[in-house]
Design a binder for this molecule. Structure first.
Ligand code: DAT
Ligand code: MG
Length: 153
């Protein structure tokens, strides 16, 4: 059985502008993950460079920073068994043109530079990204949900 993990998910400025915050949250809730942290913020260029540090030097980097800082973003932490891979599967392929129907990117968007949502790609990036956006005290892992025994054995 997969271990309980935390993953960082964000609705990017295009998703906020398009009124898709509720839709994105609904998909993670419906899948059975538990929301343990949530905030809205405007990402600064330095925060963007920290978050997307692995992409510094790539041709799309400047455009990516411009986009991610262009409006409010909704940052979240979701918890559950195998949450990191599960969230990536809910989100779909990086390029929406290749994203499967039923995924957020496969259902809601068309272009790689406007792909609505971010999700951590592994355990290291999950803990790094969570600590960039949240203090430990802002995460409410301790709350229990009555439905959890119906989601996980
Ligand atoms: P993901 O967001 O699926 O983890 P990534 O980490 O490879 O994808 O890239 C981060 C974001 O950068 C991605 O969501 C959209 C943008 N991006 C990636 N590759 C790109 C490319 N070839 N052209 C334009 N934007 C790109
Ligand atoms: Mg990534």
């Amino acid at each position: 059985m997969a271990e309980v993990e935390r993953t960082f998910v964000a609705v990017k400025p295009d998703g906020v502008q398009r009124g898709l915050v509720g839709e994105v949250i609904s998909r993670f809730e419906a899948r059975g993950l538990k929301l343990i942290g949530l905030k809205m913020l405007q990402v600064t260029p330095s925060l963007a460079e920290k978050h997307y540090g692995e992409h510094i030097g790539k041709p799309f980097f400047a455009g990516l920073v411009k986009f991610i800082t262009s409006g409010p973003l909704v940052a979240m932490v979701w918890e559950g068994k195998g949450a990191i891979t599960l969230a990536r599967n809910v989100i779909g392929a990086t390029n929406p043109a290749n994203a499967a129907p039923g995924t957020i990117r496969g259902d809601l968007c068309v272009e790689i530079g406007r792909n609505v949502v971010h999700g951590s790609d592994g355990p290291e990036s999950a803990s790094r990204e969570i600590s960039i956006f949240f203090q430990d005290s802002e995460l409410l892992s301790c709350w229990s949900r009555n439905i959890d025994t119906w989601v996980s054995e």
